[in-house]
Ligand binder design. Structure first.
Ligand code: PLP
Length: 407
């Protein structure tokens, strides 16, 4: 493999835009410049037609009605619209929302806003596999509960929640079920109605579409769900989201949905093979490598691994000129914080800091995986060779019993 090539294994952060998607979008920048809301000339009609078609392509991917797809600027906006919009719309019914501690910040921060607006939010813990405890969920529902919001699959670990079981509990208690499905739509079969999901957020740029366009599915019958608009203006998108539609973006999002529908099963099968190869090889080549989160309930293209006694950010520096991945540490202002998701799975700070997320994608090749296996094996071995902690561990020192001096 050529030295200049950068291996991209950060597809959970964003996917490359499929060239077929780019081709579909191009005419809508110049040749067909219309505003989809312009009702009195062919430019507007053509733009509206293109938006309608994209809405059908997206609805078809998730098996819903086109009218149930509300376009937004992405999943962050869709999450905000669902959570704040339901909180405002259902104020008569109650003010309580239930979610998980391991949700994406778009959900957690929208929930914090709801608390500031006088709402109550329960943040459920997950188990050491990253899965919700269904008994805890049922026990948390009160007569003030209006909605449960649980992500379909986690962005850091790929862990998939038991959606059908959660949906059944929500239905039994008559509360709405919202899901951030950003990491699953276009990757595996997703049918919100089949599992009792009433609102569902997803985005173009995690499924080989463009950035800056996403959608919220809003269930229209049994029950007819409504959300209060968070943006005031021209009343676009059935009054739920004002603002001129991003026509080229929506066209690309639609094309991405069409391609995903045709190819996602084939992609998933190939990528799970490559993911397993990567995981198995690293665990065979190196000691003390751990998989974070459920191995059984997991997206096919993701693995989140901890390399014990190796600091993830430092490890990344040994190969990040050649391989793009994510570490389980987040830069918050001045300090490096361990991932709150991995901490919620029960990992200690050290194991959380030693984690790396590999997220494969449609354009990942076997050659790239072989290159990654080699680079990681060398990188981890190198870091451990230099590490006094690893040396102590190898000498059998009980590291948990060592009292470290403050520095
Ligand atoms: C990427 C992501 C988002 C944010 O999506 P944007 O379209 O970038 O706003 C929200 N939730 C999850 C789970 C994600 O992975």
């Amino acid at each position: 493999m050529s030295k200049e090539k950068l291996v991209y294994l950060d597809n959970n952060a964003t996917t490359p835009t499929d060239p077929r998607v780019v081709d579909a979008m191009l005419p809508y920048f110049y040749e067909i410049p219309g505003n989809a809301a312009s009702r009195n000339h062919p430019f507007g009609w053509k733009a509206e037609e293109a938006v309608d078609y994209a809405r059908e392509q997206i609805a078809s991917l998730i098996n819903v009605e086109p009218k149930e797809v509300i376009f937004t600027s992405g999943a962050t906006e869709a999450d905000n619209l669902a959570i704040k919009g339901v909180f405002e719309m259902y104020a008569q019914k109650g003010n309580h929302i239930i979610t998980l501690t391991t949700e994406h910040k778009a959900v957690l921060d929208a929930c914090k806003k709801v608390e500031k607006m006088g709402g109550q939010v329960t943040y459920l813990e997950v188990n050491d596999k990253g899965l919700i405890n269904l008994a805890d969920l049922e026990a948390a529902i009160t007569d003030k509960t209006i909605m449960v919001s649980v992500m379909w699959a986690n962005n850091e670990t790929g862990v998939i929640q038991p959606m059908k079981e959660i949906g059944a509990i929500c239905a039994k208690h008559g509360v709405l079920f919202m899901s951030d499905a950003t990491q699953v739509v276009g990757k595996i079969d997703v049918d919100p109605r089949e599992v009792g999901v009433h609102l569902m957020a997803f985005t173009g740029h995690k499924m080989y579409g463009p950035k800056g366009v996403g959608a919220l599915f809003v269930n229209r019958k049994n029950p007819r769900v409504k959300v209060t608009a968070q943006m005031d203006g021209g009343g676009h998108e059935r009054g739920m989201r004002s603002g001129t539609l991003n026509v080229p973006g929506i066209v690309g999002f639609g094309k991405a949905a069409e391609i995903a529908k045709a190819e996602m099963h084939k992609d998933a099968e190939r990528l799970s093979g490559l993911r397993d190869k990567l995981e198995t090889a690293l665990m065979n080549n190196l000691e003390e490598v751990y998989i974070n989160g459920s191995k059984e309930n997991r997206m096919p293209h993701v693995t989140n691994l901890s390399f014990k006694h190796v600091e993830g950010e430092g490890l990344m520096m040994t190969f990040n000129q050649n391989i793009a991945v994510s570490s389980g540490s987040a830069c918050t202002s001045a300090s490096l914080e361990p991932s709150y998701v991995l901490i919620a799975y029960g990992l200690g700070d050290d194991l959380a800091h030693s984690s790396i997320r590999f997220s494969l994608g449609r354009f990942t090749t076997e050659e790239e995986i072989d290159f990654t296996i080699d680079a990681l094996t060398k990188g981890v071995s190198h870091m451990r060779d230099l590490s006094p902690i690893w040396e102590m561990y190898k000498e059998g020192v009980d590291l948990d019993a060592v009292v470290w001096s403050a520095h």
